[in-house]
Ligand binder design. Structure first.
Ligand code: MN
Length: 757
């Protein structure tokens, strides 16, 4: 295992001013945290983060990235926490380690989804910090190098995932070496037989042509030197995977493969690249159609080189790459190469102020590497396989989307600004419909909280809940909106049909006829409806008269003139009993004592068929008459076709208009939820004495008495007094009565009364 000082030395080789303290601290912390843990190979677990760090030193990464590599498995696999890491290493490092913890959960995600989907999921981290992704790739590379120790089933899964996701990603990021090695290792595990065959053949051919390779190398070196070009020339053998891929895609046998050999010429400048090319083409015949100038036209991922294929000494085709050292670095390390040139001190750890504000995230956005990465990611949608990337544009990928996890690690993509309700509906419609709360990263949070990238969201469900209609305006996704509308419609319809059921039940009872859904079903044809629920809802909405329904079911029914409703009777303090045309009692409880009075005595256990009223809020198709009604008022509901029910206090003169329409009278009662009290509308009329400050005085009295003024209208003004109508919101009749009493006591007030009181 690499020692502490060895790691520091490795970094010092490319960065002499390295922050040794940071590296040492991360080394010791991670080693302690992983303690006696071992890997599948039997090695101490700590050897893994250490190797990952070593891979990143090969890529010349800065010490903050190396520190993150050392710490990358601590949150997930040890007792370490983000808070602790933040205290010890600063905010920036903690954020990066947490990012890796999130990415690690990706590995548990089902891989059934399309590759592009997975790639996109992976890319979520990039917009925040590319270093997370670099450490992740190094982590994967080391895991692939040590894959032999894994269980066989796990091995296959990891290898396939590497081939499908990580290798292409490394390629897209311009890290060709990383890509080659990942592919080669994955190939070995996915198809050991083919890998063995191809590798053996490659080795044989290399042996057979060893002389030729040396010859070409020597010739090239000589020619270039003769022309005054200082160049590094090396032969390279194709990887088994790329040979195999070519055989498969082109349907070629091994013997038919031509360019198994390649040479790389690395020079000092772009000018020398073209001069070297001229030298090569003068010496050997070039193969037409194989020349590509990626210097004048770089690849999307910033890859630059000249490619050409020549016919070599023994008529063997030989591929040549010509590039500068800088181009070579970019080709091998891709984004990492750019990261090397980033502003010094961009990472908080690098400045040795572990508790300082980590400037890393902000500063990183200004670096070459970041700009390069953005360009590269943009190019993803224009790559070799556009169909894999075009599904969403890059804009959505970075600015318009957030990615969140379910507790089981499933990743849910949502538009930015989405709230837990959106998340719930994205998981499943049932989850959304029954959602009553949410935990974000283990903490209960309001359902309106905007989700952030990487949030883990747990939806709290209730078996009986249905989504409040008000959510429709809060959610961000169309799916959630549509589902809430659907559920709201269903709930409203259910309320209407429930109401219709009660109305019909009563009407049939009054008519002395039996009532049930089955009985109703028989009359459907004559009602021009196909569904009992429709009939019930139509009655509930007031679109269908109950007498009409009775007649449809019992054609012999003769409609009688029904007696007018509404003899209200005061039964005792706080207790009211109201009997309407149907003989139904309206009551409201105001104490423990049972209701007195003839009807309630006669039918004390009568099942409650009244419609409970809890204010105008919610989904009930219920509203209040302009003069309002407050708990304590005796109330009546009037059904209006298409509008639902309007609640009137029984003393309202407006009710006279409905005296001859008994079918429209609906049983209602107060059902006050003491735990969730709400205010109710009430209208009062006040005659104020005209004096400076009298209106202010009235407003103060109202406010002092804990009532809200909703609107205020001047009705009449005279030189000495003003009459005004207040729309108030009060708790109940006692509250209102007390308020009126206080107003009357005020010097500013001549009279104060309830409208229609
Ligand atoms: Mn790891």
């Amino acid at each position: 295992m690499m020692r502490q000082y060895e790691l520091v030395e490795r970094v010092q080789r490319y960065k002499p001013q390295v922050n040794e303290a940071l590296l040492n601290k991360a080394y010791v912390y991670a080693m302690k945290k992983h303690g006696g843990q071992t890997r599948a190979s039997g090695d101490p677990y700590f050897s893994h983060p250490l190797e990952v760090a070593a891979i990143l030193t090969d890529m010349h990464m800065d010490e903050s990235t190396i520190a993150v590599a050392l710490l990358h498995d601590t949150i997930e696999d040890t007792s370490a926490t983000k808070v602790e890491i933040e205290e010890l290493f600063g905010e920036d490092t903690a954020r990066l380690v947490e990012g890796l913890t999130k990415l690690k959960r990706l590995d548990l995600v089902s891989k059934k989804a399309a590759q592009a989907e997975n790639l996109r999921k992976l890319l979520l981290a990039i917009s925040e910090d590319v270093r997370v992704l670099l450490v992740k790739l190094a982590d994967r590379l080391h895991n692939m190098r040590t894959l032999d120790f894994m269980r066989e089933d796990k091995r296959a899964r990891i290898a396939e995932e590497t081939m499908d996701i990580y290798a292409p990603l490394a390629g897209r990021m311009g890290m060709q070496d990383m890509r080659d090695e990942l592919e080669e290792l994955a190939f070995k595990h996915i198809n050991p037989e083919a890998y063995g065959t191809v590798s053996d053949r490659l080795a044989q051919i290399a042996n057979r042509h060893a002389g030729m390779l040396d010859e070409i190398t020597a010739t090239l070196r000589g020619l270039l030197a003769d022309n005054g070009i200082h160049a590094d020339v090396a032969s390279r053998r194709k990887k088994a995977w790329s040979v195999f891929k070519k055989m498969e895609s082109k349907g070629l046998s091994f013997e038919q493969l031509s360019d198994i050999f390649g040479f790389r010429i690395i020079v000092g400048s772009v000018d020398e690249c073209y001069r070297a090319l001229g030298v090569v083409h003068r010496e050997w015949k070039m193969v037409p159609g194989r020349f590509k100038d990626y210097i004048s036209t770089p690849k999307q991922n910033d890859y630059r080189s000249i490619h050409t294929t020549i016919v070599g000494p023994s008529n063997q085709r030989v591929e040549l790459q010509i590039r500068t050292w800088h181009m070579h670095e970019v080709a091998e390390y891709g984004v990492a190469a750019h990261a090397i040139y980033k502003d010094q001190g961009a990472a908080s750890g690098g400045e040795g102020k572990p508790n300082g504000k980590g400037g890393g995230a902000a500063a990183f956005k200004d670096t070459n590497a970041y700009a390069w990465l953005r360009r590269t990611i943009e190019s993803l949608s224009e790559g070799d396989h556009p169909e894999q990337f075009l599904e969403h544009t890059k804009l959505e990928l970075f600015q318009d989307q957030v990615f969140c996890f379910t507790p089981k690690g499933r990743l849910i993509a949502l538009p930015r600004g989405a709230i837990p309700v959106d998340f719930a509906y994205a998981v499943h419609t049932d989850v959304g419909d029954s959602c009553v709360g949410a935990k974000i990263n283990g903490r209960i949070m309001p359902l309106v909280t905007q989700l952030q990238n990487g949030d883990e969201v747990e939806i709290i469900r209730s078996g009986s809940a249905s989504p409040p209609a008000a959510w429709e305006a809060m959610v961000k996704t169309g799916k959630a909106r549509a589902a809430i509308r659907r559920a709201t419609r269903a709930a409203v319809r259910k309320q209407y049909s429930g109401l219709g059921h009660r109305i019909l039940e009563r009407a049939f009872e009054r008519a002395g006829r039996p009532f049930s859904r089955d009985i109703l079903n028989d009359g459907l044809g004559r009602l021009a409806h196909t569904d009992v629920e429709d009939v019930l809802a139509a009655v509930g909405r007031g679109e269908l008269a109950s007498a009409h329904v009775i007649k449809a079911v019992f054609p012999d029914f003769q409609e009688e003139k029904l007696s007018a409703p509404a003899s209200a009777e005061l039964l005792g303090e706080g207790w009211f009993n109201l009997t309407d045309a149907s003989g139904m009692m309206f009551r409201f409880p105001d104490g423990e004592a049972p209701a007195a009075g003839a009807r309630s005595d006669a039918e004390p256990r009568e099942p409650d068929r009244t419609l409970p009223i809890r204010g105008a809020a919610g989904d009930l198709p219920v509203r209040f008459s302009p003069e309002g009604a407050v708990p304590g008022d005796r109330i009546v509901g009037i059904a209006t076709p298409g509008k639902g029910i309007t609640i009137y206090p029984i003393q309202s003169p407006a009710l006279a208009a409905y005296d001859d329409q008994p079918d429209r009278w609906v049983d209602v009662r107060w059902d006050i939820d003491e735990a969730n009290r709400t205010r109710f509308p009430a209208q009062i009329i006040v005659t104020a004495i005209n004096a400076p400050g009298s209106l202010a005085e009235i407003a103060q009295v109202i406010a002092r008495n804990d009532a809200n003024i909703h609107t205020l209208a001047m009705v009449r003004t005279a030189p000495d007094f003003t009459e005004m109508i207040f729309d108030l919101e009060v708790w109940d009749i006692r509250h209102l009565t007390r308020l009126l009493g206080q107003l009357r006591e005020s010097e500013a007030v001549s009279t104060a009364d309830r409208v229609n009181g």
